[in-house]
Design a protein around this ligand. Structure first.
Ligand code: CA
Length: 220
């Protein structure tokens, strides 16, 4: 699950990003409305956390522009307590939910998860089955036959990228981008490390290496 945070209060943005990353989300952060619209408009996000008072372009306009362009990504608006937010206006521009600052982090995470659940309920089943592998992307649980396999948050996220595109080649760059974030500057070979751990935990024959292209998860 990939989230975008559009928030100009850098400390708040950073602490939200840290917390949500620890929950297993891949999180990107931008600090102004124009960048926010640009990034969110590229697609590829499962949810956008959008502040209202932003330099460049305010959150209402970002939200309205995304909806006008046909993007249906869930949007959670953040607002200050001083009444800058007009709930009716926010919902009019197409926001799915809003949260008034200062909010508790626990409440934010609960709202984020509720929006993602609501979205899933409207769409495809969260459970992917490939041969003896069963991955519940909502509960974040993995089974081999009847036996549950315990994965770390990052291991699960790498597996999720492969299983939602089972049968297709997924490049290392793609996995990096979705599981880590666009600012990740470490060694891209970290993906190999996670894939070899997954192979150890899930057994051989499930995750194939496609030379020069990436990985493909398929029924063994
Ligand atoms: Ca702001």
């Amino acid at each position: 699950m990939r989230l975008l945070i559009v928030e100009d209060e850098k400390r708040l943005a950073l602490s939200l990003a840290r917390g949500l990353t620890a929950e297993g989300f891949a999180v990107d952060v931008v600090h102004d409305g124009v960048d926010g619209l640009h990034r969110a408009g590229e697609g590829g996000y499962d949810l956008v956390i959008l502040d209202i008072m932003l330099p460049g372009m305010n959150g209402y306009r970002v939200c309205a522009a995304l909806r006008a362009a046909g993007h249906d990504v869930p949007i959670l608006m953040l607002t200050a307590k001083d009444g800058e937010y007009d709930e009716a206006e926010g919902l009019d521009t197409g926001a799915d939910d809003y949260l008034t600052k200062p909010f508790s982090y626990v409440v934010l995470v609960a709202r984020v998860k509720a929006l993602l659940r609501r979205r899933r309920a409207a769409g495809v089943s969260p459970v992917r089955v490939v041969g003896d592998l069963k991955v519940d992307t909502a509960a974040r649980r993995v089974f081999l036959g009847e036996d549950e396999v315990t994965l770390t948050a990052k291991e699960f996220s790498v597996l999720e990228q492969l299983v939602v595109r089972a049968g297709q080649v997924v490049s290392k760059a793609d996995i990096l981008e979705h599981v880590w974030d666009f600012a990740y500057e470490g060694d891209p070979n970290i993906v190999e490390v996670y894939v070899s751990t997954l192979r150890r935990k899930l057994g051989a024959g499930l995750i194939k290496t496609v030379r020069g292209a990436g990985y493909r998860l398929e029924k063994r």
